[in-house]
Design a protein around this ligand. Sequence first.
Ligand code: NAP
Ligand code: ZN
Length: 351
Amino acid sequence: MTTTVPAIIVDEPKGAFRQGTIETRDLRPDDVRIDIAYAGICHSDIHTVREEWGAAHFPLVTGHEIAGTVAAVGDAVTAYAVGDRVGVGCLVDSCGECELCLDDHENFCTKGSVGTYNAQGYDGEWTTGGYAQQVVVSERFVLRIPEGIELSEAAPLLCAGITTYTPLVRWGAGPGKKVAVVGMGGLGHMGVKIAAALGADVTVLSQSLSKEDDGRAFGAADYRATSDQQTFKDLRGAFDLIVCTVSADLPVDAYLRLLKPFGTFVMVGLPENDQSLNFGSLILGDKVLTGSNIGGIKGTQEMLDFCAEHGIGATVEVISADEVDAAYDKVVGSKVRYRYVIDTSTIAATS
Ligand code: NAP
Ligand code: ZN
């Protein structure tokens, strides 16, 4: 038995979205059925649909920035009740028993964590994401959205928020630290807000100065254009930490030169192509080059609570179901301000 749910579906790589229906599983004892109010559009959705990271499974319903309310709960659910404000991020299952799961790093589960979409669950079924009116998820992967954050502004926190919060906290963004955020899109604008709330001195490195006023309003003390080579001269050796959210090819050495000795460059953007670097850029200054992948469930709840405490939500443009294709092109063209969020009540179940 399944339950039919209106969704925004794409049938082939790089294809156009259509509105139709999908089947969601009936509740297992530990499941929560969520009425999705809003789903953010992450650049990862676009990389996936366009198969920039390899083959995807179609038909596909993307979306891993999900916010809504609990519609129903399974018999064994204890943490959530009907009507609760909740979210789901990039993960919907993990073994729950391995060292990494027990250490709150479900994203690195040794059995393999299950992604919110384009992933095969342990039952063999393909997962479907947030561009839909409902999703069914084990309560272990449901997050509580604190009062005080609008659901539309909370949705992007479930990926963009946690993906920037994790490296900023791990690498010590805070008072006395100079932090650069490269690329001010969905992840980047959250990185600026969170780094500023942590007390760091934040600089945005963007392709142009066109979003400078917004960057400063989000908490940046400085804002520089990477299209201007002078930026790389002026800021040489300036930063303790650089968090890079760029989704395209990148001159890695030029950014590494912006670090102080012992500084850290964290890549969270995942461009389609391989990038290269000269190891001298690391060796001359004992610099750290690392990556960061979303975060675990405990960290995600901590991030949501931190954002509520600091009055932080995403800055969003709410769109309807028929605007998703155009939104994808605008995201790729860096025209999003700063996250598109789909109002899922606009989905028409036409087929
Ligand atoms: P986004 O909204 O498109 O933001 C990316 C930003 O990168 C753009 O706004 C733009 O900023 C900059 N950019 C784009 N093209 C560029 C180019 N050719 N050269 C230089 N800068 C460029 O995307 P997003 O949703 O924030 O995601 C960013 C990346 O992170 C994607 O690759 C996504 O898949 C990845 N991601 C990773 C994780 C993880 O766990 N590590 C999680 C989620 C997403 P400016 O206009 O300011 O220059
Ligand atoms: Zn994402």
